[in-house]
Each structure stands twice: as structure tokens, then as C-alpha cells.
Ligand binder design. Structure first.
Ligand SMILES: [Cu+2]
Length: 287
């Protein structure tokens, strides 16, 4: 019994020691996103970076964290920030800010996004990925935030228009705001691993089209699938990710080399009509 109490107490202190008070300050900024062919579009992000970035921040917490989130709106429009089932900051008016403290939700993947003018503000870049890691999870993770872009949408939404979803015809495709080959320069996205060591990939679709990511060289285990939980546990090489949904994949490389991964919907392996650009990257596995 004494031993049991000792274990309970030490586990309690261990959990306590992993949890932390975390402060995050995200600034809503207007800026410009540049694609593979030099074309630029009007874009918006939630960022802690001093300058503009290609993507809203990736937020990583540990289970048990107490998070103080401050969101500053530097634009001249109203915006908000919501995490489904966790938090909704309401309307953050132009040049204002809102701060809220909340408990990190259970370990898992979440999206944060601007719920105002849905889905147009989040389409313009005001959406991102949250990963709450389980205690003692030391597995290396990589993160792919998938999006498409249609130039006319980025022009007309800021003018107050609501383009019709049925006519959506995106012409550029990005992972974390980058097109191939720049995805391979992004240490958050580019999978670098070793034979025999587990790698996990969190794929979130923050776009409006379905993307089906196809792996060469390896099959992966589907750990989580927010759209179809019944599919969890399957081992395969192609993983559809529906809009506003995510999957978490795991694989242990059994051989070294460089192996392509790309969207099987091949239009997404283009950018501005150029092949191959867009959603194409490689896994780099050392012996
Ligand atoms: Cu292929």
C-alpha cells in the first residue's frame, strides 16, 4: 500500500512538473503570400513573428498546460479566434486585443481559426494547427497544414464579397504556406528520420478541398482520423484529409533513402499551372 501511494504521489508530481504556464501573443496581420512562380496574393495570419510569415503559427502545448493567449488585431477589420469546443474569444475589433487563460484540452490535434465571415477569413490565412502533446510523448512530430488558393478569392473577399463555393477553382497549393521545392526547407514539414525510429506526421486540412496524401517507400499507421475514427489503426500509403479535419500518421522507416510524398489529387502538385510544384515533398531517411 505504501508503495502504491508513493507511486501515485510521484506520478502526480511528475505530471505537475510537465505542465506549465504558457503565454502566447498572436498578432493578426495583413500581408502578402508569394507562390512558387512569384505571384503574390493578399493574405492574413495569426503570428508571433515580428515580420509577416507564410502561415499562422503552429501552437504546441503539453497536456496540463495553463495557457494565457493574447490576440492583438492590427488590422482595420473585426476578427476573432476560436478553438472548437475549447474557447471563443468573441469579436476583436480593429486595433484592439483580447486575452484569455484556459486549460490546454486533452492530448490531440485542434484547429484555431477566425469564426467571423466563415469560412472566408480563415481561408485568407486566419487558421492554424494546435497540437497538445501527451505527457512523456517524445516521438518526433512533423506538421503539414494543407491549403489551396484561388487568386480571385483573395482579391474579392477583402472587398466584402462572398465568393460561391461551387465555383472554387484553386490554382496554388501549399503546405505550411510553401510550395515544392520550398517545403523541403521547412523544418516543421520536411520529414527527416532514421531507420528504426518512429516518425509521426500531423496533417491538417485548413483548406476547402479534399487532399489525399500519397507516400512512396513506406506504409504508415493511421493513429487518428477526425473524419472517420473507424479507419484508425489501418496501415496504408494514401490518406484522404477532408476540409477542417486532420489525420495523425506513424511509421518506422525500414530502409534509408529519399522518398516522395504528394497529393494524389494531382492538380495540387501544380502551382500556377506549373508541374511539379504545390503539395510535393520528400521523406529523407538516414541509415
Ligand atoms: Cu506517387
Amino acid at each position: 500500500m505504501k508503495k502504491f501511494i508513493l507511486i501515485v504521489v510521484s506520478v502526480f508530481f511528475y505530471l505537475q512538473s510537465n505542465a506549465a504556464n504558457v503565454s502566447i501573443r498572436l498578432v493578426i496581420k495583413n500581408g502578402v503570400l508569394e507562390f512558387n512562380d512569384g505571384t503574390t496574393v493578399y493574405y492574413k495570419i495569426f503570428t508571433s513573428s515580428a515580420t509577416f510569415a507564410n502561415n499562422s503559427d503552429l501552437l504546441i502545448f503539453n497536456e496540463g498546460d495553463i495557457v494565457t493567449l493574447k490576440v492583438v488585431n492590427t488590422t482595420s477589420e473585426n476578427h476573432g479566434l476560436s478553438i472548437t469546443g475549447v474557447l471563443n474569444l468573441g469579436v476583436i475589433t480593429a486595433s484592439d486585443s483580447i486575452q484569455q487563460t484556459f486549460n490546454a484540452p486533452p492530448a490531440g490535434v485542434y484547429r484555431f481559426f477566425d469564426p467571423l465571415n466563415f469560412p472566408y477569413n480563415e481561408y485568407l490565412g486566419l487558421s492554424g494547427v494546435i497540437h497538445v502533446k501527451a505527457i512523456n510523448d517524445l516521438t518526433p512530430y512533423f506538421y503539414w497544414d494543407l491549403r489551396e488558393h484561388q487568386l480571385t478569392w483573395n482579391e474579392s473577399i477583402p472587398l466584402g464579397n462572398s465568393p460561391i463555393l461551387n465555383t472554387y477553382q484553386p490554382y496554388y497549393f501549399t503546405i505550411n504556406g510553401n510550395s515544392e521545392p520550398n517545403i523541403n526547407l521547412d523544418i516543421v514539414a520536411r520529414v527527416i528520420g532514421n531507420v528504426g525510429s518512429e516518425v509521426r506526421i500531423v496533417i491538417v486540412n485548413n483548406g476547402l478541398s479534399i487532399h489525399s496524401m500519397h507516400f512512396h517507400g513506406f506504409h504508415a499507421h493511421l493513429l487518428n482520423n477526425s473524419k472517420n475514427t473507424a479507419h484508425e489503426g489501418r496501415e496504408k500509403d494514401t490518406f484522404p484529409v477532408y476540409p477542417k479535419e486532420y489525420v495523425v500518421l506513424s511509421f518506422v522507416p525500414d530502409k534509408p533513402g529519399e522518398y516522395p510524398v504528394h497529393d494524389h489529387n494531382l492538380v495540387a502538385v501544380t502551382g500556377g499551372g506549373i508541374y511539379h510544384a504545390g503539395m510535393f515533398t520528400t521523406l529523407l531517411i538516414a541509415p
